[in-house]
Design a protein around this ligand. Sequence first.
Ligand SMILES: Nc1nc2c(c(=O)[nH]1)N[C@H]1C(S)=C(S)[C@@H](COP(=O)(O)O)O[C@H]1N2
Ligand SMILES: [Mo]
Length: 416
Amino acid sequence: MRDNDAPRLPSSPGFWRSPLRGPRFTSVLGLVLLVGITVLFVTGLLSYAAYNPDLSPVNDMTPGKGILGFYLFAWPTDPYWLYRLTQGVHVTLGLTLVPVLLAKLWSVVPRLFALPPARSFAHALERISLLLLVGGALFQFVTGVLNVQLDYVFPGSFYPLHFYGAWVFFAAFVAHVALKAPIVVRNVRRMRAGAAEEKSDLVSPRPDPPTVSRRGALWLVGGGSLLLFGTNAGRSFDGPLRATAVLSPHGGAEPGGGPNGFQINKTAAYAGVDAAETADEAWRLVVTGRSGTVRLGRADLLRLPLHSAALPIACVEGWSTSDQWWRGVRLRDLAALVGHEGEPPDVLVESLQRRGAFRHAALRANQVADPRSLLALYVNGEVLSPDHGHPARVIVPAVPGVLNTKWVARMTFGDR
Ligand SMILES: Nc1nc2c(c(=O)[nH]1)N[C@H]1C(S)=C(S)[C@@H](COP(=O)(O)O)O[C@H]1N2
Ligand SMILES: [Mo]
């Protein structure tokens, strides 16, 4: 029961009544986020590097990145499941941390209302960094969740927003960790020693009686995280495990069964690729390189040596398939056809598709050289279905799905 002189304003210390709040509760949640958000930041930067953004303007969704691209490196083709792992961790961990982030914000909410807004210059700086921290965290989680759960609904492209947001947020995060680390260490020590909770403005001066213990509240948060993990992690697998990913709609076409029965991103109909232009009589692959241009029909390709590779598709949205058995012509053999024997160069791959961001992509020389990198004509022993890129698609080890261009029409080697 509240007495009559109960404070009415969220800026007054007595307004917040939960007996759970205190430096300990906040410290424990903060420690979880310290580890989790660091992993999110690192896997996010890796995901950006995996797009080959410095290779070609067709790959780069954030052309104004400037020095923020300082760390870019040539994405390797080994292990072949690399992007499946890093991006699966990025998306699944991000979703799993949502309850922890919300609980952490709830645990410090009285501070966000504290008056006066700034007691000193240093305090003003701290509060501005908090604005970037809280705003940045909400922005990153909201844009990330929207991108994986819905067909993107934000104004502007997801990639630059999430990339710049990551840097702003992480800078504020590092400052915050540096400021708060001593408090967290002190509180963890006191907890271990069984000492009483220290004085803090987070502890309510007029607490209500507890309805749940702190331990119980942490279990609740952990349970929420576990639930999100359990209902999303399945998107990184096929078969019955995928069916457990009930909170990962990723609408899209039903892939059906059989050899081509694995997840489809954009269908042929969506991409505006029709049967007339992919039919054997009509379709030609145009390959250009140092020694000129060759045009190959399907029959010509089938006369080249065919090779197989077991590789997954791993999308930036966090879903991936298990290894599919692809069969087709090696990219490096196609390079050799147009005058690049030995060390093949980069390649620009273009699709029959006429609109849309993912109709072309550039692959790096190391990706072209890998013997598992194919222009695939078959998957799992059957001709590619229209939705998986018939008549031919690129498949390369360890890359984001977006570099595995479908409905390939043209390949230009050494296009720099
Ligand atoms: N031409 C073209 N190729 C494309 C795309 C596209 O939209 N158009 N989507 C890419 C993306 S983002 C992914 S994840 C994979 C998905 O391949 P799948 O639909 O065969 O599973 O295809 C890639 N190739
Ligand atoms: Mo994708």
